[in-house]
Structures are given as structure tokens and as C-alpha cells.
Design a protein around this ligand. Structure first.
Ligand code: MTE
Length: 322
């Protein structure tokens, strides 16, 4: 995240992209199906009859927590990515992440919990009803997107493992396997990619354990098969392809904080009043709106989620706890 790079014009290989029209038709079919069914756990996986190669469909229910803003195109959301384990250019993840083996996949939960355990991805998919959550996402580099994620609140998982009274933070660990991730040969970050949240942040209903986007299972470049999404924080807090979650008493040392402590704090809440030491955070460039005459958008406090999350930080100096 050292440079702001321009949108790449590199195309994905044919078959990797679901045209938006196809996505929307499928979504309305799935929704229509759901509407007819009793709204129980809506985790049923659909085999894909359609255009996109291997993407399985996810049955979701809409969420009142979704923004009404227009989603970024599927193509932009899946071809302009940060996933340094696959390279540091925006098109590297889409070009290189095919080597990521997403099945079988296990997520270990450990640390300060009464019920530690290992969850298989299929178990995780069934843990709670899947929702479509259309969230604004703001990258610390100054660009933003609107993405229809699929998942359920991380609190559903937290509740089941019964955190102890000592659990003050949660630490998330991404897979780090040289054989699958060419970017690990670079020392740009310390691996595995580690992120963390305070318990109240992790339990907040907006914090999403995410398994899909645009009604389909997550593409590899977006963090398949399971990631976290924290929409009021800069994108790097939303760790991808998570294999381990640890509940801790001490504040975790995260990868970006370790790499550049003066630039990336533990909290990393979207805050237009606290600039990155090397650039302003007052405005943002919405991906897909780039154009000669396109004006930048003002960045909103907590990425527009101030009403929901502001109270988590009452009394804190957000210039110090940046
Ligand atoms: N997770 C891992 N494991 N590795 C990464 O490099 N990049 C982060 C975050 N999660 C990253 C990661 C950053 S900087 C951003 S902006 C978001 O993922 C991008 O998510 P997206 O590509 O799905 O939009």
C-alpha cells in the first residue's frame, strides 16, 4: 500500500468473469426461490448452471444494513484487488490466485475461549443464515468500492465458542503457504498476514464473516473461501483467506502495524480528519467512476457508518488511536 496505482486494463481470462447481467438474473432467481421457501437457514449451495466457470451460488436474504448505493461492477471488484500474497499490483491477485487451494479448508478457533475448535468451511456456511450485505469499502490508498458481500455477523461464530472474561481482542491469521502464494517470497510484509479487532468491534453486527460476493462464493482474489469484512475501517483490516482466529488478552501486533507503525495504526478507522502521513484521507476515488470529469467524493467519518459504530470510540482520541 505504498503507492496509489491506476486501474489496470488487464483482462481476466475468459470464464473468470460473470457478466453483471448474468449475476443480476441469477440473484433474482435465487431471491424468488427464497421468497417461496420458509426463511430458515439460507445456506443452500447451488451448482452453477451458468456462465461463470466454477462459482457456486449462495442463497441469501437481503439485509437492512445494506447501503442503497450502486454496487461497483463485478469485474472491477474482482480484478482490482490487494492481496499481497499473490503480488503487489492490482491485477496480480486475479492473475495469480488460481493456485490457492480453497477446498478442503479449515478454520481453527483458539485462545481465550471455552470451546476452541476447528470448523470446516461447510460447517461455517451452515452456522447462520447468509445475508447479502452491500457495504461501502474504503481502501487506505484512497479508492473505494461498493460490494455486495455474502456472509453473516462474525458474532454468530464468537457466540458459539464462548469467549472467556480474558478475551479482549481477536487476532485473524491468513493462510501462508509458499507453494500456493508466490507473493510470500517478497518481504513487503511479515507473513502470515495478521489482523486484529477489539472484541466489541468484532462483535459489532456490521462485522461480517464473509463467504461470498455478488451472490456467489468468494473468488480467490477476494479472499476465498472465508474472510472478514469490517466496513468502517480501511480495507486492510479485512483479512482474506482466514485459517486461524485467536482470542487474546493483549492487543495483537498486526502485519501493517508492524511494517509501518507510524502509517498504519491498530484501529485504522476510516477518518477524513486524520491523514496518512504521506497523503490526505479527505476524499476518495470511487472505482468505476474514474473519468476525466469525475470529481472525487468526500470521505465520510467511519466510512459513513458513524451512527452505528461511533459509540465504540466514545472518549478516545482518534488522532492518537489512529
Ligand atoms: N488480506 C490478505 N491476506 N492480504 C492482503 O494483502 N489486503 C487488504 C485486505 N485484506 C490484504 C488482505 C487490503 S489493503 C484491502 S484494500 C482489501 O483486502 C481488499 O479487498 P478486496 O480485494 O476484496 O476488495
Amino acid at each position: 500500500m505504498t503507492l496509489i496505482r491506476r486501474l489496470s486494463t488487464t483482462e481476466l481470462p475468459p470464464g473468470e468473469i460473470t457478466p453483471r447481467g448474468v449475476f443480476e438474473r441469477r440473484r433474482s432467481i435465487i431471491r424468488a426461490g427464497l421468497a417461496g421457501a420458509a426463511l430458515g437457514p439460507a445456506h443452500a449451495l447451488f451448482a452453477s448452471p451458468g456462465a461463470s466457470a466454477a462459482a457456486a451460488k449462495l442463497a441469501t436474504r437481503p439485509s437492512p444494513m445494506s447501503t442503497m448505493e450502486k454496487p461497483t461492477s463485478y469485474k472491477d471488484a474482482t480484478s482490482y484487488n490487494n492481496y499481497y500474497e499473490f503480488g503487489t499490483d492490482k491485477d496480480d491477485p486475479a492473475n495469480n490466485a488460481h493456485t490457492l487451494k480453497v477446498s478442503p479448508w479449515k478454520l481453527a478457533v483458539e485462545g481465550e475461549v471455552a470451546k476452541p475448535g476447528v470448523f470446516d468451511i461447510d460447517e461455517l456456511l451452515k452456522l447462520a443464515p447468509l445475508e447479502e450485505r452491500i457495504y461501502r469499502m474504503r481502501c487506505v490508498e484512497g479508492w473505494s468500492m461498493v460490494i455486495p458481500w455474502v456472509g453473516y455477523p462474525l458474532s454468530e461464530l464468537i457466540r458459539r465458542v464462548e469467549p472467556t472474561g480474558n478475551a479482549k481482542y481477536i487476532e485473524f491469521f491468513t493462510l501462508a503457504d509458499m507453494a500456493q502464494m508466490p507473493g510470500l517470497s517478497s518481504s513487503v510484509l511479515s507473513w502470515p498476514y495478521v489482523e486484529g479487532l477489539r472484541m466489541d468491534e468484532a462483535r459489532h453486527p456490521l462485522t461480517l464473516l464473509t463467504v461470498g460476493l455478488y451472490g456467489e462464493v468468494l473468488p480467490r482474489q477476494n479472499g476465498a473461501p472465508v474472510r472478514v469484512v469490517v466496513p468502517w475501517k480501511y480495507g486492510f483490516k479485512s483479512g482474506k483467506s482466514i485459517v486461524r482466529i485467536r482470542f487474546t488478552e493483549k492487543q495483537p501486533i498486526t502485519s501493517w502495524n508492524r511494517a509501518a507503525p507510524h502509517e498504519y495504526g491498530f484501529y485504522s478507522n476510516v477518518n477524513p480528519q486524520v491523514n496518512h502521513p504521506r497523503w490526505s484521507q479527505a476524499t476518495e476515488r470511487r472505482i468505476g467512476e474514474d473519468g476525466f470529469l469525475q470529481r472525487k467524493r468526500p470521505t465520510l467519518m467511519f466510512n459513513g457508518y458513524a451512527e452505528q459504530v461511533g459509540s465504540l470510540y466514545a472518549g478516545m482520541d482518534l488522532k492518537k488511536s489512529f
